[in-house]
Ligand binder design. Structure first.
Ligand code: GLU
Length: 301
């Protein structure tokens, strides 16, 4: 029997929701609802120094104003530290996670390859034990040297050589905080998420997450990476690129824009309709097939 669809939206409270986050929320929500599935909400506040005070509540208010209805209680990653610790302990016991003493500078000096997401691929310095007299600062996961592939529902086949492209990656940082990669995998499994629909900016992280799922014996969800909205310079809309916050006075118009961005043939006069009408159009007419199979779409100015 195929388990019922369970999807999620997992914003980080690093600022207000902007158009890019709305696209991920709309895409994941409609994909779930169109398949009679559940849609859970998770606040990814594990990276405490990056959280902006009040942003989590502001995100919840915005989602409510936009008419999103999530299933169950919101899960806060900041309350899940014990579960991440348990997962790390399992990986340590099985010898897959190891302590690493390297500083950022040491890695920069010794790394040969440039990692897929712009950082440095860890060269494996501490993989076979800490150098004498050094202490573990962070915990890393051994990656296999195989070719990791998966088929994304939108972006097609993705291939990564984890060792070359990212290297042994961090599970627990030198400041003691758990890394997003570990938290997201532990929570997706714990919440029973079997469909992940999110922005294509996370496509390059997915092989790491699949590797972690394998190491922890978790089931593999299906993935669909939606196109990401970018400015004319090709930069993803984010707080860093000064994306404006969503306007809750223009909910129907913003929703319509997100639907059209996702390739849906939503009629322009919905911009002036009551929000409930936009949603009923969207639920009845949602077409996953119409979503552009592209990682990036430049927004017209
Ligand atoms: N918290 C991540 C973000 O806001 C999303 C993670 C995910 O959907 O897996 O970019």
């Amino acid at each position: 029997m195929i388990p019922p669809y369970r999807g999620r939206f997992a914003p980080s409270p690093t600022g207000p929701l902007h158009f890019g986050s709305l696209v991920a929320a709309v895409g994941s929500y409609l994909d779930a609802r169109a398949q009679g599935g559940e849609w859970l909400l998770r606040m990814e506040d594990v990276d405490i120094p990056r959280n902006v005070p009040g942003a989590a509540d502001d995100i919840l208010r915005t989602l409510t104003a936009f008419g999103f209805e999530w299933d169950g209680a919101v899960l806060y990653q900041s309350k899940r530290v014990e579960a991440y610790g348990d997962a790390l302990a399992r990986l340590q016991r099985s010898g897959l996670a190891y302590g690493c003493a390297c500083s950022r500078k040491e890695i920069a000096d010794s790394a040969i390859h440039v990692a897929i997401d712009g950082g440095l691929a860890y060269p494996g310095t501490c993989r076979n034990g800490l150098p004498a007299g050094r202490e573990a600062r962070a915990w890393r996961l051994h990656v296999g040297n195989e070719r990791l592939t998966f088929v994304d529902r939108l972006q097609g086949e993705v291939v990564q050589y984890l060792e070359r492209d990212v290297g042994d990656f961090v599970l627990r940082r030198a400041d003691g905080l758990f890394a997003y990669q570990l938290a997201v995998v532990v929570d997706d499994a714990w919440q029973g998420i079997n469909n992940v629909v999110r922005g294509a900016d996370l496509l390059a992280s997915t092989p790491r997450q699949i590797w972690l799922q394998r190491c922890l014996g978790y089931p593999l969800p299906a993935y669909a990476h939606l196109p990401v909205a970018a400015n004319a310079a090709g930069e993803k809309l984010s707080k860093q690129t000064m994306a404006r916050a969503l306007c809750t006075d223009m909910v129907a118009a913003e929703l319509l824009r997100a639907l059209q961005f996702l390739g849906q043939a939503a009629p322009g006069d919905l911009a002036r309709a009551p929000v409930a009408e936009v949603w009923s159009w969207a639920r009845e007419n949602w077409s996953f097939e119409a979503i552009p199979h592209r990682p990036l779409i430049i927004l017209p100015v």
